[in-house]
Design a protein around this ligand. Sequence first.
Ligand SMILES: NC(=O)c1ccc[n+]([C@@H]2O[C@H](COP(=O)([O-])OP(=O)(O)OC[C@H]3O[C@@H](n4cnc5c(N)ncnc54)[C@H](OP(=O)(O)O)[C@@H]3O)[C@@H](O)[C@H]2O)c1
Length: 494
Amino acid sequence: MSDKNRQPWDLGRFIKTLSYFEVFPLLNWVQNLFQGSSQDTQSKLVGAKQVGVILVAGATGGVGKRVVRRLNQLGYRVRCLVRDIEKARLILGNEVEMVVGDITNPETLTPLVMANIQGVICCTAVRVQPKEGDTADRAKYNQGIKFYMPEIVGDTPENVEYKGVKNLVEAAAKYLPKASVKTIFDFTQHQENLKNVWGALDDVVMGGVSQSNIILTGETALFTGNVSTDNSGGFASVRTKNFDPAINLSGYEGVKLRVKGDGKRYKLFLRSDSAWDGVGYSHSFDTVDGAWIDIRVPFADLIPVFRAKVVRDRPPVNIAQIRSFQLMLSKFEYDGNLNPYFSPGSFSLEVETIKAYGGSPLPGFVLVSSAGVTRPGRPGINLEEEPPAVRLNDQLGGILTWKLKGEDSVRASGVNYTIIRPCALTEEVGGKQLVFEQGDNIRGKISRDDVAEICVQALQYDKACNVTFEVKATEDKADYIDWQQLFASVQRDN
Ligand SMILES: NC(=O)c1ccc[n+]([C@@H]2O[C@H](COP(=O)([O-])OP(=O)(O)OC[C@H]3O[C@@H](n4cnc5c(N)ncnc54)[C@H](OP(=O)(O)O)[C@@H]3O)[C@@H](O)[C@H]2O)c1
């Protein structure tokens, strides 16, 4: 085509595109100054947030509130199951997502509570307090070292520690993802946060006139538009902004997309560096007109590409650090070859989900239980030496006996779990060296900070899957903890 036949190029759309993807920080800064939007008010696109919600039961408790804080620091999407929302706001603040529910009442463990969960951390407990009473902030219960004669107030251990835990794990089991699959984008759910994640990136950046858009219908993401080869163009795409921190897909084999297309061939790109115009890792896939199909893209099959040219001798995509995703319809395949199913004009690709598949199973349900659960009634036990909960198990409504039954219900539920049995809980600072044991014989103490850290770490390690262990802390500070090794040091339950 001669220059005089060129279509007018849309400078405005070009600037809009670069500005959406924050390519020119100065431009964005000026725009924000006038329009008062964007970065100040927006949260960062945190990678961990893309992989489902972590539901925390007992979030208002001593361990629970620390779990929530830690998950937030690590960028997880957190949902707190609370009984009293006013009280919970005072403890957890206004920023945290909350749902009202009571584990002793299965009817309150609704689909809304469980929607899109990736994991559950359960730190609920019956209320134990000194018989002589406690301060408003439960200082006597919480300190965990000085002995006060305890009693149970409110609901029974049978209801909370056994039936409640059983209700929760059974409700969650229906929603926890299949062990080896991790949802990255679920467009079947209306998610406000997705609106500012995906944006159009068409050949306007190279002078072309193709136009596309992504429409989040609440049921799918519809990538649609008009692709034109005028002005030497020929591609339309939608891309995510960069995730920071990146999405970690280590341990997975690839990603799978559930799509309904129009018979055309599209490309998926993953990027592991944050450069705007850097190397992308691409895979072409064919769609079937009007039919929902699953596309599997093994990471090993991704081709490193720079502007549609294959980059030789490039290391494979760094799956521990996925920064962005892109879907594209292009006239070209690679190295100048044409896309055999390309035709200019309108197109439509609907996507329901993008998931990582083939991963090693990770724990989906983490239960904070207690050291001593198997000791009441155990032959040869010297009660004098045992912690109060073991000595006073009967007076405390069989608290440890019911906790063990609660554990059993988790082990029998079919979910991948981690059961943590801490020794006496304290309010001391965490970060101590930890001792993991099995056989239920240890005595000692551990800070709630450290228990919360173990809960959160457990979610990330396949070696933490289907294990039950006791834990106490030493007096020594831990400069570094090799969590994989620590979890691997305990035997899996049968
Ligand atoms: N204290 C120790 O020395 C010790 C030792 C070993 C193990 N543990 C275990 O460690 C875990 C954490 O202890 P902690 O000191 O953090 O407990 P905590 O401060 O007493 O917190 C208990 C949490 O459970 C919630 N909860 C109680 N019943 C519930 C129900 N029916 N439905 C939903 N939530 C309910 C409470 O919510 P509300 O705010 O609504 O009451 C609270 O958030 C417990 O399992 C405990 O038994 C404790």
